[in-house]
Design a protein around this ligand. Sequence first.
Ligand SMILES: Nc1ncnc2c1ncn2[C@@H]1O[C@H](COP(=O)(O)OP(=O)(O)OP(=O)(O)O)[C@@H](O)[C@H]1O
Ligand SMILES: [Mg+2]
Length: 200
Amino acid sequence: MHINRQTLRKALRQARRALCSSEQQHAAAALQQQLSHFLPASTKQLAGYLASDGEIDLSPTLSWCHSKGIATSLPVIHPFSGKHLLFQQFDCNTVMTKNKFGIEEPALNSTKIVELLSHDCLLMPLVGFDAQGNRLGMGGGFYDRTLAPLKNVSMNTTNSARRPLLIGVAHDCQQVDQLPIEAWDIPLDVIITPTQCIER
Ligand SMILES: Nc1ncnc2c1ncn2[C@@H]1O[C@H](COP(=O)(O)OP(=O)(O)OP(=O)(O)O)[C@@H](O)[C@H]1O
Ligand SMILES: [Mg+2]
């Protein structure tokens, strides 16, 4: 049976929202540990996100990055190109504002924008994942649209147009056997949870 994406989103969002605050804290700390082992030592610029709707919390990971001298950015909804994201530098002094979804994001500052290709890694939130590296998001297509230009850029380190490593981060309860995918869905290179590291 081909399960509908909206039905799946509803069930998986409910599952992650049902985690209590101590489960969330434990998961966030375990994720930071996993990432500290997984991320290449050469990582200089990493994109994260601020958790909402039960998403796994990246606060310990972002603090760890700052302690290691890894610069971090957060997604900002593009001011003109509605359903795309920009990435903007983020640290403890960044002025924040609420976007149209009520999610905190850095107040737009054109001098602080970080080009997509200047990132070493992108940590992406998701609603569901499978062991094949497929990602189901919230349904807006924001990450898919923003990352579509990467389809033609390889991971080859000898190539100057090297693309960032795409890392999906999630709670273990967000895994399904096989996601229904669409042509525009951008696959992940790796999915990291508090207990697993699934490389495609
Ligand atoms: N590269 C693209 N260009 C134009 N439209 C796109 C592109 N990628 C996705 N979309 C549109 O976005 C809508 C939502 O896509 P999808 O259901 O895959 O969202 P999602 O992956 O869950 O969301 P998100 O990327 O925000 O996490 C679809 O209707 C799709 O047509
Ligand atoms: Mg998608």
